[in-house]
Design a protein around this ligand. Sequence first.
Ligand code: NAD
Length: 251
Amino acid sequence: MALVTGAESGIGRASAAALAQGGRDIAILYFRDQAAAEATAEMVRAAGRNAACIQADVSDEAAVHAAFDAALAALGPIDCLVNSAGINMAGVAVAEMELSQWHRMFATDMNGVFLTSRRFVRDRHAAGEGGSIVNISSIHAVDVRPGGADYCAAKAAVRSLTETMALEEARHDITVNCVAPGMILTPMNAHAVQDAKYRASLEANVPVGRAGQAEEVAQTVAFLASPAARYITGSTVTIDGGLSLVLGQGA
Ligand SMILES: NC(=O)c1ccc[n+]([C@@H]2O[C@H](COP(=O)([O-])OP(=O)(O)OC[C@H]3O[C@@H](n4cnc5c(N)ncnc54)[C@H](O)[C@@H]3O)[C@@H](O)[C@H]2O)c1
């Protein structure tokens, strides 16, 4: 069974569907939108698997433990964790950034990954079983953007946590990897999804000439969580249509 955070939307939803198609039941962790979580659950059931929708704020330690308890009770042991919950960058320079924004970003995008991952590996150790964690980082963990200090630093921290935990968990047969998407058309990129002219202006920067779809990220998430990927750990898979390769060009 896989537990997917942020599974009511975007990359989390697509990952839940892809993991279900790969044969796993899914615990759908959602934040605010229960109807959206139920829509993901329908996708999981359409793939012939069981689903449970569980509300949790991933930055809240007690809520994360309660969510894992509820998922276990509903669907049994969790052998795969996908951390997709996240918020977008503040869009302001550090000079203008409030400390509260900095904390808000780290609470969700970093502490959330720490809290779910810690509970996951503790449960796997207690069971004497292996498993897999897949974290959603970003190309902006490395290729930073003005106005994105909060997001870029949090995503770099996720990548670092991924690598540290890969070493710590290797002897426990738990793989820990992350994917680094570029521009993906999800609600996080609502402006680009809704405004074709704006989207085209951004897509002009992508070597393959288009933005990515959540399903394209999800296929890699499902692969990293599959038996075929047992020898891959501590890796970051970039999924960006070549965007990160050209960020250093032109000067
Ligand atoms: N869309 C992109 O272009 C892109 C690129 C790189 C990385 N990412 C990363 O992919 C992940 C998924 O993003 P997405 O594009 O699917 O966006 P999205 O907005 O569709 O999904 C984000 C999800 O996180 C949930 N969430 C936010 N705060 C939460 C909290 N405190 N507790 C629990 N859930 C919470 C939201 O409810 C939502 O379901 C994010 O970590 C994001 O940073 C996205």
